[in-house]
Design a protein around this ligand. Structure first.
Ligand code: PLP
Length: 414
């Protein structure tokens, strides 16, 4: 027993050092809880309305859940094919055609993954390594930075800057960040955490930079159907010349409020999909056997459910935006996603000097949880400084929770 314990300890030390080198653990080698886990724990401990972590508090449509139960009863319980079941790949290809006019061969150009997260990880691990640069927007979704670190590649960021029309991309800064060393550009639109839906000019900026240096674009479009404003979502793969260098990643989690099912996918040129499959087969091989036929049906027959979620989320966005403004925040109205970002400057003090301190204090002080935008930035970066007073709230919660949170936020100035 003693020998086993010391052996395990030895292995743990070795493992820690690798993770630490990649920046995935705290400097002392312990596992770093994500800011989302930290804020959720605080929210639970204080009974706060949790507008921090972005998961829906109402499950997706009953008929889709019934389809998965039916699939279990019908025997969909063993490994599905590594690329995903043919009916789901067909449904994904048909979805891309119907919504965006994108033509895909479901046999070679579509891969089903364990959520968008696995698609992103397999893509980055398959296509980059030490010496390569990967460009993302900043702030960025935390998993994007983590897989770049795991691949040993160098993360280069370009800021999204708040202005009255939204958090916008500066075309000059983007062009300057992309060079011959850039192997990949990871895009995310609609964008978490800012709620920006990239407009055509911004997409053209990215496409031109990618073509100039022959970079591959990975586009994370998990919020593709959750857009509320004037700006429609356009996949960058639809721009001239981009289909041949773009991997489009999405997932059923956000579209159907089934985040725990982890059914995602990636679509793009067959040789790139082949490269991802080589990595993916040793990450999970395959998964989600009973969920795949259910999501195949959801993608085919679920447009009305998507429309209902979109309009209910738009109403909840409007409610939270009005509540935050009434409470004294300045904010950027999000064009899509689950999130609204607000500037907490009016509430900062010498003891609570930035958004991170504000977010940590809020649950105990008024019973509301949010997350600081600095959690989506590189520590110490220009963007992290520029957005240090900003926090993100989610509106993918029931109306009662939102109203309770708004009432509590209204007491902040007292
Ligand atoms: C939620 C989220 C994901 C994760 O998607 P899964 O399908 O749950 O793996 C990926 N990217 C962004 C931007 C997200 O917000």
């Amino acid at each position: 027993m003693r020998a086993l314990l010391s052996y395990t300890g030895h292995m743990t030390q070795r493992w820690r050092s690798v993770a630490r080198a990649s920046g995935l653990t705290a400097p002392d080698g312990t596992t770093r809880p994500t800011i989302f886990a930290e804020m959720t724990a605080l929210a639970q401990a204080t009974g706060a309305a949790n507008l921090g972590q972005g998961f829906p508090d109402a499950d997706g449509p009953e008929w889709i859940r019934a389809a998965a139960i039916e699939a279990i009863r019908a025997g969909a319980n063993q490994y599905p094919p590594g690329r995903g079941i043919p009916e789901l790949r067909d449904a994904i290809a048909a979805h891309q055609k119907r919504h965006y006019g994108i033509e895909l061969d479901p046999a070679t150009e579509v891969l089903v993954t364990a959520g968008a997260t696995e698609a992103l990880a397999a893509a980055v691990l398959a296509l980059t390594g030490a010496g390569d640069e990967v460009v993302t927007l900043e702030p960025f979704y935390d998993a994007h930075a983590a897989v770049i670190a795991m691949a040993g590649a160098t993360h280069v960021t370009v800021p999204l800057r708040p202005d009255p029309t939204g958090f916008r991309l500066d075309p000059v800064a983007f062009a300057a960040a992309v060079s011959e060393r850039t192997r990949l550009i990871i895009l995310n639109t609609p964008h978490n955490p800012t709620g920006t839906v990239l407009n055509d000019a911004e997409l053209i900026t990215v496409a031109e930079a990618a073509a100039r240096v022959d970079a591959i674009v990975i586009t994370d479009e998990v919020y593709e159907h959750l857009v509320f404003g004037e700006q429609p979502h356009h996949p960058i793969a639809t721009l001239p010349g981009m289909a041949e260098r773009t991997l489009t990643v999405s997932s059923a989690g956000k579209t159907f409020s089934l985040t725990g099912w982890k059914v995602g996918w990636v679509a793009g040129p067959a040789p790139l999909i082949e490269a991802l499959l080589a990595v993916k087969q040793f990450l999970t091989y395959s998964g989600g056997a009973p969920f795949q036929p259910a999501i195949a049906r959801a993608l085919t027959e679920g447009d009305a459910d998507i429309a209902e979620l979109r309009s209910s989320l738009a109403a909840r966005r409007d409610l939270l935006v009005a509540g935050l403004r009434a409470a004294g925040f300045t904010l950027v109205v999000p064009e899509g996603t689950y999130f609204v970002c607000a500037d907490a400057t009016p509430f900062l003090t010498s003891e609570m000097p930035d958004g991170a301190a504000f977010a940590r204090a809020l649950p105990a002080r008024i019973g509301v949880a949010c997350v600081p935008l600095s959690a989506f930035c590189r520590p110490g970066s220009v963007t992290s400084e520029a957005l240090s007073s900003w926090v993100r709230f989610t509106f993918v919660k029931d109306e009662g929770t939102l109203r309770r949170a708004i009432e509590r936020l209204g007491t902040l100035r007292e």
